[in-house]
Ligand binder design. Structure first.
Ligand code: ZN
Length: 291
């Protein structure tokens, strides 16, 4: 039985786990270095991974950003600061001396969700509505990564041509109107400056009209994203995750907007089940099947 060292590299934390038979047997976590310097990230990865690597046969990485042939890049290079074009896969292979693969974290989570489906499906999208909006696609039973690792970045499909400027440089992406960050920014017009998306959401649950408009706008954008993906990819099922996606009443609200559309736009919409370790578990299951 092969033991994987799975790594989940996010904007705020780096998790690493030894995984055997799809079960986490040991898990460690550190904060992502805030300096965004390549050397600081390499040092952090070394400190985290070296003590675990001697127990592993292979490394599988799920990372934020676009993973283009093992290198970390971004739709908006400014978002990653000095980490754009960081050779993530090579760095980790050097640290551990082990065979290493890397894919995007939403793609990894999508694969975990696909493997967790109770009812089999050919085509599935996983959409996470959190600080940003991410997605992963499984088509004909295979995870779609794309030749440059870009596939599934559906949070940057158009929601509103007159909407806010998105971090990727395009105006009105789904992420710019539906994400937790977008909810927080929209809430600043009505609530305390610097209020969080969570705080706006609590106002929505309490029945505040302005918060209701903001959350409805988010849910409607996600419903339209699901409809667009469904009509272009013939999806059977969409799983919705993330801190906003799984917030109280949010999925029901998305479903209510989706239900207003013709039936052909409506896949089965279900909550994501794999939780915080979806990236770790998903990339391991993907590595098992692809290496
Ligand atoms: Zn965008």
């Amino acid at each position: 039985m092969k033991t994987y060292l799975a790594v989940d590299l996010g904007g705020t934390k780096i998790a690493a786990a030894l995984i055997r038979n799809n079960t986490i047997v040991r898990r460690e976590q550190i904060e992502t270095p805030s300096s965004q310097s390549p050397a600081a990230l390499s040092d952090a990865l070394k400190a985290l991974l070296l003590p675990l690597s001697h127990e592993a046969d292979s490394v599988a990485i799920a990372s934020t950003g676009i993973i283009d042939n093992g290198a970390l890049t971004a739709l908006n290079p400014d978002n990653l600061g000095g980490l754009n074009n960081y050779p993530l896969q090579d760095v980790v292979a050097d640290i551990t001396g082990l065979e290493t693969v890397a894919i995007n974290d939403a793609q990894a989570a999508a694969w975990a969700e696909y493997k967790a489906l109770c009812q089999p499906a050919e085509n599935m999208a996983f959409i996470t509505v959190s600080t940003g909006v991410g997605a992963g696609l499984v088509i004909d039973g295979k995870l779609l990564a794309g030749p440059r690792g870009v596939a599934g970045h559906a949070g940057h499909m158009l929601a509103d041509p007159n909407g806010p400027m998105c971090g990727c440089g395009r105006r009105g992406c789904v992420e710019s109107v539906a994400s937790g960050r977008a909810i927080a920014r929209a809430g600043e017009a009505y609530f305390a400056a610097g209020c969080s998306g969570y705080a706006v959401y609590q106002q929505f649950l309490a029945g505040d009209e302005n918060a209701e408009a903001i959350i409805h706008r988010s849910a409607k954008a996600i419903a339209n994203l699901i409809a667009d993906l469904t009509i272009s990819l013939d999806l059977d099922v969409v799983t919705l995750g993330g801190s906003v996606g799984l917030a109280e009443n949010y999925l029901d609200l998305v479903q209510s907007y989706l239900s207003q559309l013709p039936a052909i736009y409506q896949p089965r919409l279900i909550p994501a089940v794999t939780g915080a370790d979806a990236g770790l578990i998903g990339v391991t299951r993907w590595a098992e099947a692809n290496t």
